[in-house]
Design a protein around this ligand. Sequence first.
Ligand SMILES: NC(=O)c1ccc[n+]([C@@H]2O[C@H](COP(=O)([O-])OP(=O)(O)OC[C@H]3O[C@@H](n4cnc5c(N)ncnc54)[C@H](OP(=O)(O)O)[C@@H]3O)[C@@H](O)[C@H]2O)c1
Length: 229
Amino acid sequence: MGVKKIMCVTNVRRTLQLEYLDLYLIHWPISVTPGKFAFTSDEQDLMPMDLKSVWAAMEECQRLGLAKSIGVSNFSCKKLETLLSSAIILPSVNQVEMSPLWQQKRLRDFCKTNGIIVTAFSPLGARGTGWGTNNVMENETLEEIAKARGKTVAQVCRRWVYEQEVAPIVNSYNKERLRENLQIFDWVPSEDERTKIIQIKQQRMMLKEDLVSARGPFKSIEELWDGEL
Ligand SMILES: NC(=O)c1ccc[n+]([C@@H]2O[C@H](COP(=O)([O-])OP(=O)(O)OC[C@H]3O[C@@H](n4cnc5c(N)ncnc54)[C@H](OP(=O)(O)O)[C@@H]3O)[C@@H](O)[C@H]2O)c1
C-alpha cells in the first residue's frame, strides 16, 4: 500500500470516526468545484463529473476496506450504462426517488438485469420535508384503497414499494408513524388494487432544477435525467 493510500485511509477514519462504511454512494452524477462542500451548490461551481475516475476512486475505497459496498444515487439507465462500461466493481445500489407516483419501472428492470439493488427514497412523496409534495399522500386512488382496506395511505405506499422488491427508506421522526410504517405485512392488495396503482399518472417529484444551468454540465432537466421524465 502506497504512502498516499495510507494517509487517505487514516484521514477518512479520523474524520468520520468509523472503521468503515457499510455503503458509500455517489449522491448525484455531478461534481462541484474542489474544496466546496455546500449541499446546494452555486451555479458557477457545478462541474461535469469525471465518472470513470470518480468510480475508480470509489472502487479503491472498497478495496482498502473503507466501504463494504459502493453505489450511486439519482443515476438514469443511460448514466448507469456509462458507468458499467468501465467499472471493475459494479455498483451494488442505485438510490432513487420511487413511489406509486414515480414507479421507475424501466430503471428497476435495468437494475434487476444488471444485479443492482434499487433503494427507494421519498416513498411517501416526502411531504413536509421542504423538497417534497403532498401529491402521494393525497392521491385519490391510494386514498380509496386505504379507506376500503382500513389502512393509511402511508401503509398502502409502503406495501406497494415492498412488493416491488426494492429497499425502501421511509423517514419519520414520530414514534407512532414509525410503528405504522412497519405494519404492512398483515394484508395483501388484490390484483385489481395493484392494477389501479400501476395506472396512477406518473410524475417525477424531484426534478433538481438547481443542478441545471446554462454554464453547467446539464443545460436542461431532460439532459440531467436523460429524458427519463
Ligand atoms: N439520495 C437522494 O438524493 C435522496 C433524496 C431525498 C431523500 N433521500 C432520503 O430518503 C429518505 C426518505 O425520504 P424522504 O424523507 O424524502 O421522504 P418520505 O420518507 O417519503 O417522507 C418523509 C415525510 O413523511 C412524513 N411521514 C412519515 N411517515 C408518515 C406516515 N405514516 N404518515 C404521514 N406522514 C408520514 C414524515 O414526517 P414525520 O417525521 O413527522 O413523521 C416526513 O415529513 C430520507 O432518509 C432522505 O434522506 C435521499
